[in-house]
Ligand binder design. Structure first.
Ligand code: 5GP
Ligand code: MG
Length: 188
């Protein structure tokens, strides 16, 4: 495992442990896109990204998808630092999904509660089909009885940042995925 030091825009030293480097992420997203392309073929697809953590994945993934595509977003927020708070969902910017094939995109599947709530909300709107794709799945942490149909990487149960994922609003711009060391939590 490579350890590297990087610097935030505030020039604060941020020691982080790299879990997936840029090339591994790129390969994982490429494979994810291939599976999605194979599953849907030429059928028009409506992507709904879960803000804010999915923005980097969305930008990379949608450019590799070949079917006619519409892109909408919903916003959820639940974490304060590394602690989970009450989940809120804002669906004002979601597209019409009734009678559409819909693919929900999120950064990480941890307990699964976030995607489950978004999925339940969307299911009530009557899509033709509704599947989920995530960059990361935390092994053994799920508290729901289903899994996303598309998963790029299974990772250990550590708090990760980078490639869209944040800690208190920072680190989303790291081009690689990193674990925050326990001693760094609270310093962001
Ligand atoms: P779940 O509801 O599946 O437990 O958690 C999903 C959401 O929690 C993700 O969309 C993400 O925003 C956040 N989350 C879960 N684990 C992590 C993590 O290790 N790092 C970060 N930055 N966010 C996480
Ligand atoms: Mg999220």
């Amino acid at each position: 495992m490579v350890r590297r030091r990087c610097y935030t825009k505030l020039e604060k030293k941020v020691p982080v442990k790299t879990l997936l480097d840029e090339s591994q992420l790129n390969n994982g997203v490429e494979k994810l896109a291939q599976s999605i392309n194979e599953t849907y073929g030429d059928r028009p697809l409506t992507i709904v990204g879960v803000l804010t953590g999915s923005v980097v994945l969305m930008a990379d993934l949608i450019r590799k998808l070949k079917m006619p595509l519409r892109v909408g977003v919903v916003q959820t927020s639940s974490y304060q630092g590394t602690e989970r708070g009450a989940l809120t969902i804002n669906s004002d910017m979601m597209l019409d999904i009734t009678d559409r094939d819909v693919l929900l995109i999120d950064d990480i599947f941890d307990t699964g509660h976030t995607l489950q709530e978004v999925r339940d909300l969307m299911q009530r709107l009557g899509p033709t089909s509704l599947k989920s794709a995530v960059l990361l799945c935390k092994t053994g942490c799920q508290k729901v009885d289903w899994m996303p149909e598309f998963v790029a990487f299974d990772i250990p149960d550590e708090f990760v940042v980078g490639y869209g994922l944040d800690y208190n609003g920072e680190y989303r711009n790291l081009p690689f995925l990193a674990c925050l060391e326990p001693e760094d939590l609270g310093e962001a």
